[in-house]
Design a protein around this ligand. Structure first.
Ligand SMILES: Nc1ncnc2c1ncn2[C@@H]1O[C@H](COP(=O)(O)OP(=O)(O)OP(=O)(O)O)[C@@H](O)[C@H]1O
Ligand SMILES: [Mg+2]
Length: 270
């Protein structure tokens, strides 16, 4: 198991060395990882009433990094995401986004720093159609980037293209999930947080969501992926974090996790 300190290395996926300024753009097929953390949470303690849920969690996401967050039901994954997003206020600890201390900041402030959150159970506007849902979310990213346009989102989700005039409520579960992710991309985020994006979806649709996660990763957007399917998660993550009862019990590479059946069994019950 690796120590849970913030990563400090810097590398390019294609193996070539790079001076990697953090403002650098990320073309397709040349993913750049810099471990200058985009999200850096330290010593997070979160309570619901008297229940102490998160117990001193450190959690970071580097620029361009894809992090898997796993753990059995009720271990605190969603609570950690909500604590990062300002939806639940930690009782102690700090949340820094792109170098700015945003501890206790409102969710819209966190979102403005380039963090897009796709919550459990989706949450599209049921009475708006696909086009309206997407166009309403459009904005430039933190560096003024407008890489994700309406047209590009539709090219990424061809199923949505066939449903443009349909209201959110008329879409299947998989289409709703695609719309939620598409809407998050319309904000041109630096980091995309997905909480159980494939939950309850038919295998073929889930596979499409994984394809899109992989594609998003290739564009250089950082991601945090919460999902029960560790096999899929570890295929696209650079680093994985496992929670047990509100504490980080494992932090390591996908190879490390996949190669340790005892650990998978102990912490994930597989
Ligand atoms: N709003 C709430 N009020 C009180 N307790 C809560 C609330 N939300 C979650 N909890 C409790 O906090 C703990 C952590 O829940 P959380 O939803 O963060 O877990 P999770 O790892 O996301 O689980 P799952 O895999 O089922 O989504 C659980 O014991 C849960 O019952
Ligand atoms: Mg959850």
């Amino acid at each position: 198991m690796q120590a849970c300190s913030p990563p400090t290395w810097e590398t390019r996926i294609d193996g070539r060395s790079s001076a990697a300024p953090s403002e650098q753009r990320y073309p397709f097929g040349e993913r750049l990882l810099t471990m200058d953390p985009l999200i850096d949470a330290r010593g997070i303690n979160t309570y619901y009433g008297a229940s102490h849920i998160l117990r001193g969690i450190d959690f970071s996401v580097g620029r361009g990094e894809t992090v898997g967050l796993m753990g059995r039901n009720g271990m605190g994954k969603t609570t950690l995401l909500k604590s990062l997003m300002g939806l639940v206020k930690p009782r102690s600890g700090s949340v820094t986004i792109a170098g700015r201390d945003l501890t206790g900041a409102a969710p819209y402030m966190i979102a403005r720093q380039g963090v897009a959150y796709v919550p459990e159970g989706r949450g599209i506007f049921g009475n708006l159609n696909v086009t309206e849902n997407l166009k309403m979310a459009a904005r430039a990213g933190t560096r003024g980037q407008r890489d994700w346009t309406y047209e590009r989102v539709l090219d990424t989700f061809p199923r949505l293209k066939e449903r443009l005039g349909h209201g959110g409520q008329q879409l299947s579960g998989g289409e709703q999930q695609m719309l939620t992710i598409g809407r998050a991309l319309m904000t041109n985020p630096d980091v995309l947080i997905l909480d159980e994006a494939t939950e309850g979806l038919a295998p073929l649709i889930a596979r499409d969501i994984w394809r899109i996660c992989s594609l998003i990763r290739q564009t250089g957007i950082s991601s945090v992926i919460v999902d029960k399917n560790w096999k899929h998660v570890t295929q696209i993550t650079d680093r994985n974090v496992i929670l047990v009862k509100g504490q980080v019990v494992f932090e390591g590479s996908s190879d490390e996790l996949r190669g340790d059946p005892a650990l998978l069994s102990q912490y994930l019950g597989v």
